[in-house]
Ligand binder design. Structure first.
Ligand SMILES: C[S@@+](CC[C@H](N)C(=O)[O-])C[C@H]1O[C@@H](n2cnc3c(N)ncnc32)[C@H](O)[C@@H]1O
Length: 157
C-alpha cells in the first residue's frame, strides 16, 4: 500500500498559489483547491475519479498519480485530449490567443461572432479556448443543438 503523499503530489504545492487551468468554467473550484488538496492528502487513495471535471482545476492541483476525469462537454474532453497527445501546446495556444485577441481588439464583436460561427460549424480546441476566454463573464453557454451561443462583453455593454 502506498502512502497518501506518494499517491498525491499536491502536498508539494501546499503553500503555492493554485495552478490555473487553461479553461474557465462556471462553478470552477479554484477557491477551494487548497482545502480539497488538504483533504486529499489526509486520505490514502488509489486514484482520483472526477465525473464532472470541468476545468480540471481540482485534479491539476491535487496532482494524483492516476486520475479518471470525465465530462459531458465534448469540447472540454477534446481540449484536454489535444493537450495530452501534444497536438495543442502552450506555445501554439499563446500565439493563437494573442493573434485572435488582437483581432478582437481591432475588429470588435464582429470578430468574436466570426470565431463563434467558425467554431459552431467546425469545432476546434483553439477556437474553444478563445471563446472561453472572451465570452461574456467567462461563462460558456451551449444551446439545445449543442452550439456555443454566448455573446462577448462588447455585445452586452
Ligand atoms: C460546475 S462544472 C464543474 C466545475 C469543476 N469542478 C471545476 O472546478 O472546474 C460542471 C461540469 O459538469 C459537466 N456536466 C454536467 N452534466 C453532466 C453529466 N450528466 N455528465 C457529465 N458531466 C456533466 C458540465 O459540462 C460541466 O463541465
Amino acid at each position: 500500500m502506498t502512502s497518501p503523499t506518494s499517491e498525491s503530489r499536491g502536498g508539494e504545492r501546499m503553500n503555492a498559489p493554485p495552478l490555473v487551468p487553461p479553461l474557465q468554467c462556471q462553478g470552477i473550484k479554484t477557491k477551494f483547491v487548497s482545502e480539497i488538496s488538504r483533504l486529499a492528502r489526509a486520505q490514502e487513495f488509489e486514484g482520483w475519479i472526477e465525473p464532472f471535471c470541468g476545468s480540471c482545476v481540482a485534479a491539476f492541483n491535487v496532482q494524483p498519480k492516476r486520475a479518471l476525469l470525465a465530462d459531458s462537454n465534448i469540447h472540454i474532453i477534446r481540449l484536454y485530449q489535444d493537450i495530452q497527445c501534444g497536438s495543442l501546446t502552450p506555445g501554439l495556444a499563446k500565439a493563437f490567443l494573442m493573434e485572435e485577441g488582437e483581432k478582437l481588439r481591432s475588429i470588435g464583436e464582429a470578430h468574436y461572432c466570426a470565431v463563434r460561427d467558425r467554431f459552431n460549424s467546425q469545432p476546434t480546441s483553439l477556437d474553444f479556448l478563445f471563446l472561453n476566454r472572451s465570452c461574456f463573464n467567462g461563462v460558456m453557454r451551449f444551446n439545445r443543438q449543442g452550439k456555443f451561443h454566448r455573446g462577448t462583453a462588447a455585445s452586452n455593454d
